[in-house]
Design a protein around this ligand. Structure first.
Ligand SMILES: Nc1ncnc2c1ncn2[C@@H]1O[C@H](COP(=O)(O)OP(=O)(O)OP(=O)(O)O)[C@@H](O)[C@H]1O
Length: 630
């Protein structure tokens, strides 16, 4: 059993090294060849130095006897020159090795980062970005690659750095073998390798433990962002959360560090104790034999054996430039691959499952203009969840009209939009456009017809123009169009007052940046949707578009927006009945199904759920407005 697991570990290690070696070509053949050459040289120079210094010592007596003009003196100076040259060359070449290593690391990490980004942006749906294990793998990989400390690139240069160490080891072993005894040389090499084996095993466990703590690391990052970010700053101060936050950060840190401390003790203490005993015994025996046979050796031979053996034993330590970077960097690359494989699996499962993202892609062009949208017996549960959000949902969204969706919190309104945008696929049933399953359209072409502003729309730390123009990224240079939609959502004046107008970055911490109010941001989001409509979108979905607008702006919103979105199919989600009531069709969503639909007047006349919710809100509004007057 133990034997099998040892073989398993060896195989795993071999595969991980092969993967890292496979990355080297991305750094460019000549650069890698140069680094290999420099490492070989760095491995040979200490051996040359050892041999030359031994020869210097061996030649001193003859040179002293012969005097300054003797051949012995000249030969002493020559070997001294070689020793000094080896020493100086090593000092000069080490920085070259570091610089080349840095280049190789950067090139490889750049490539791995691309691989990682491609994997995380590749999935058309959101599933992989919500799966805990996939997220942990992504976090582990991204962290190491981003900071470049123990990254796959460092692992690759770390492997190359081993060339120098093992060349040095081989050279010194040969010196001991040739001058003194091959069995003694073999005994020393075995000792060194035993030490190394023990330490590398410990480092492997350390790297494994470290990557198993990704969830704690994620929590630490989250808490640190929370404590240092402006977003939570207000609440932390107002609710006096500083103490709670500090304690939680401390607890999480300890939870993260304690297993690492334990592993470190394992790395530095136990292998050290175990292998030191073996090492000391072997070294003792070798030196005892050297001592006993010293008389048979020349002075040069004696010095050479002793210094070469000591240099060999020095190589029994842990190599900081190679060991930790390879142990952790290999795991980081493994995490990149796991994440990419996971995304691939999800994609594949969706294709072979119920006709997911790609099975019929490219077959149907999206009809122009977009026709009636239908949810037909749609069932859906989030990946890994048991609860059905929709269970046989039937809904028709008429073309060119405004449909409003209402329902209590958690009824599934946003989920319905995510299905429409194909961020998830229905578990059963289908969504059709003029009778054609939307999965038959290429996902990008379908999304180009949609303009969705989510409740939690993104506030890009970029210019006003970008924040609007990203609604149709291919038309970012349409400055006139951007200016017009900004005006049409009533932001013209406010933007004109900004230091650089449309080019003002929307983040106060950026140079010349400005911050907008919640309502102004919401208008930016509306402008983004309108800009998308200008450039080819036909279906516009607005999730809570008036939540941050003041009463006056909200009153004008509906008319203005429907005027601007004329001819487009609009889906409006709102808890504000004053916004909803003007829609052509109002749909009430409850328990995963449509329970009522009709115009505002029809639904009031039916006196059902909608009428009840509408009256509840209207009464509250009357109370609030009339309260102080009474
Ligand atoms: N990514 C997710 N993974 C798992 N469950 C989710 C996810 N997103 C939403 N849910 C669950 O799906 C249900 C419907 O959420 P959804 O956001 O669609 O509701 P909603 O009607 O838009 O609510 P609200 O009016 O509060 O915005 C909720 O119970 C929510 O907990």
């Amino acid at each position: 059993m133990r034997h099998r697991s040892w073989i398993g570990t060896a195989r795993e290690q071999f595969a991980a090294r092969r993967d890292i070696v496979g990355l080297l070509p991305h750094a460019g053949g000549p650069l890698v060849a140069a680094l290999v050459g420099v490492n070989l040289l760095l491995g040979c120079l200490p051996v040359v130095f050892t041999v030359a210094t031994a020869m210097v010592l061996g030649r001193v007596p003859a040179a002293v006897d012969g005097g300054l003009d003797s051949d012995a003196w000249d030969s002493l100076v020559a070997v001294f020159g070689v020793a000094a040259g080896a020493f100086v060359a090593r000092q000069l070449i080490s920085p070259v090795e570091r610089a080349l290593g840095e280049l190789v690391t950067r090139r490889i990490d750049g490539r791995v980062f691309d691989e990682l980004m491609a994997a995380s942006l590749r999935s058309p749906g959101l599933g992989p970005l919500e799966d805990q294990r996939a997220l942990d793998a992504l976090r582990t990989a991204a962290r190491e690659v981003e900071f470049g400390v123990q990254s796959p690139g460092r692992a690759a240069t770390g492997l190359l750095a081993l060339i120098a160490r093992y060349t040095e080891l081989t050279g010194h072993a040969i010196a001991v073998g040739v001058v003194f005894s091959w069995p003694a040389s073999a005994a020393l090499v075995v000792t060194v390798l035993l030490f190394r084996h023990g330490q590398r095993g410990g480092l492997r466990r350390y790297a494994r433990t470290r990557s198993s703590l990704a969830a704690d690391q994620r929590e630490i990052d989250y808490l640190r962002d929370l404590a240092g970010g402006a977003a939570a700053g207000k609440e932390i101060r107002v609710f006096g959360l500083a103490g709670w936050l500090r304690q939680r950060l401390r607890d999480t840190y300890l939870r993260f560090l304690e297993p690492l401390w334990a592993e470190r003790r394992g790395i530095y203490l136990w292998p050290f104790v175990r292998f030191s005993v073996v090492g000391l015994v072997v070294t003792g025996v070798v030196f005892a034999v050297v001592g006993a046979t010293a008389r048979e050796l020349t002075l040069t031979g004696f010095v050479l054996v002793v210094t070469a053996a000591l240099s060999l034993l020095r190589l029994a330590e842990h190599y900081p430039e190679a060991d930790l970077p390879t142990a952790i960097g290999m795991r980081a690359y493994d995490a990149v691959r796991r994440f990419a494989e996971y995304v691939e699996q999800v994609e594949h499962a969706e294709q072979v499952g119920h006709g997911g993202f790609g099975d019929t892609r490219e077959e149907h062009p999206v009809p122009e203009p977009v026709g009636t949208l239908r949810f037909e017996q749609v069932c859906f549960r989030y990946p890994g969840q048991r609860r059905m959000i929709f269970d046989g949902l039937d809904l028709t969204i008429p073309v060119g009209r405004c449909t409003a969706l209402v329902g209590v919190n958690g009824a599934g309104k946003t989920t319905l939009v995510k299905l429409l945008a194909r961020l998830y696929e229905p578990t059963a049933g289908r969504i059709t456009l003029d009778g054609v399953d939307i999965r038959a359209f290429p996902v990008d072409a379908w999304r180009a017809r949609l303009s969705v502003i989510f409740q939690d729309f993104v506030r890009y730390e970029s210019s006003v123009a970008d924040n609007v123009g990203l609604g149709a990224v291919g038309f970012l240079d349409d400055r006139e169009g951007i200016g017009e939609v900004v005006d049409s959502v009533g932001l013209g004046e406010a933007v004109a007052r900004l230091p650089r107008g449309l080019d003002t970055p929307l983040a106060r911490h950026l140079t010349g940046g400005a911050e907008l109010s919640g309502g102004q941001w919401q208008r930016i989001a509306l402008a983004r949707a309108l800009f998308a409509l200008r450039h080819g979108s036909r279906v516009v979905v607005l999730d809570e578009p008036t939540a941050s607008l003041d009463v006056r702006a909200e009153t004008g919103f509906f008319e203005e927006f429907t005027g601007l979105a004329e001819g487009a199919t609009t889906l409006l989600i709102s808890h504000r009945f004053s916004t909803v009531r003007h829609a052509d069709l109002i749909v009430v969503l409850e328990h995963g199904r449509v329970t009522e639909q009709g115009s505002h007047a029809e639904l009031l006349a039916r006196d059902g759920r909608y009428a009840e919710l509408f009256r509840l809100q209207a009464d509250r509004f009357v109370d609030v407005v009339e309260g102080p007057v009474r």
